[in-house]
Design a protein around this ligand. Structure first.
Ligand code: FE
Length: 292
């Protein structure tokens, strides 16, 4: 076993998106700052309605997938295909924009806490123009693995092995198998607890630590990961995390890298500038989200 080490820390930067939603962006905060095939990770977390009430009114995407994971609060998603979903605590929305989607993501509350994440996951060149797809995953369909030292791991995508026992998330295998084969796990550890899990060698992986603090890597050679930052892991086939005295909560993401050129213009992510110009032209002429 080669234990992965903390290779790079990507701090999150306060920014705003949509109609003034305040958030913290780690991956995607600057051009080229991503972990192939993960393009962007936003954390939104506020008790102040002014920070989120504007939501994300109708906007397009092409060329990748957006994954929204709610911890607190309610959002409603609506898209041009007639899909409509309410996202509540613990729910996930897995939206494959592919050739094009026009959707809105609006808060369904005027007070209280709104907290969650949006991840952008790239698609390979050959899948960027496939039809759009959408999946709502209610919290009850996301398995929660109880960890030996206390704590819990919710498996959203991929298969998590803990003490040799595999747990498969709802986005996994079969006909729904994604080319990037993502692993997406939300882990909560109590004070001092250790978490060890295999991660396929050659897959890119990072953690996003959103509460508490922890050390990443093998005992005696571990490094602290700051809060609200993405920690990019070196290659290897195993992850080790030890929670500090206050416990820790983090997202674990890993996937097969695409190793293709990334050309992004706002909500469009393609392989070439010409494809981006086509996306902009298609959006302006109302053809972005049409079937043919
Ligand atoms: Fe969107």
């Amino acid at each position: 076993m080669t234990t992965r080490t903390l290779a790079q820390v990507i701090e999150s930067i306060p920014t705003a998106d949509g109609a003034g939603v305040k958030l913290r962006r780690s991956l995607g905060s600057q051009r080229g700052v991503h972990v192939d095939p993960f393009l962007m990770l936003d954390e939104f977390y506020s008790d102040d309605p002014d920070d989120y009430i504007g939501g994300f009114p109708a906007h397009p995407h092409r060329g990748f997938e957006t994954v929204t994971y709610m911890l607190d609060g309610h959002m409603r998603h609506e898209d041009h295909m007639g899909n409509r979903g309410d996202l509540g605590p613990g729910d996930v929305q897995w939206m494959t924009a592919a050739r094009g989607i026009i959707h809105s993501e609006m808060p369904q509350q005027s007070e209280g806490r709104m907290r969650g994440f949006q991840l952008w996951l790239n698609l390979p060149a050959r899948e960027k123009m496939k039809p759009a797809a959408y999946r709502d995953i209610p919290a009850r369909e996301i398995p929660a693995v109880q960890l030996a030292g206390g704590g819990e791991a919710r498996v959203i995508a991929g298969t998590l092995q803990v003490d040799g026992a595999p747990t498969a998330g709802p986005i996994n295998g079969g006909a729904a198998q994604l080319s990037t084969d993502p692993l997406y796990v939300d882990v909560r550890l109590p004070a001092g607890a250790a978490f060890t899990a295999p991660i396929r060698a050659g897959y890119n992986a990072f953690l996003y630590l959103y509460e508490g603090s922890a050390a990443i890597g093998a005992e005696g050679a571990s490094r602290p990961l700051p809060q609200r930052a993405a920690g990019v892991l070196s290659d290897g086939d195993e992850l080790r995390v030890r929670a500090d005295a206050g416990g820790v909560r983090f997202l674990l993401l890993a996937a097969r890298p695409l190793r293709e050129p990334v050309v992004q213009y706002g909500p469009f992510v393609m392989n070439t500038r010409e494809e981006i110009e086509q996306a902009v032209a298609d959006y302006r002429s109302g053809r972005l989200a049409s079937a043919a």
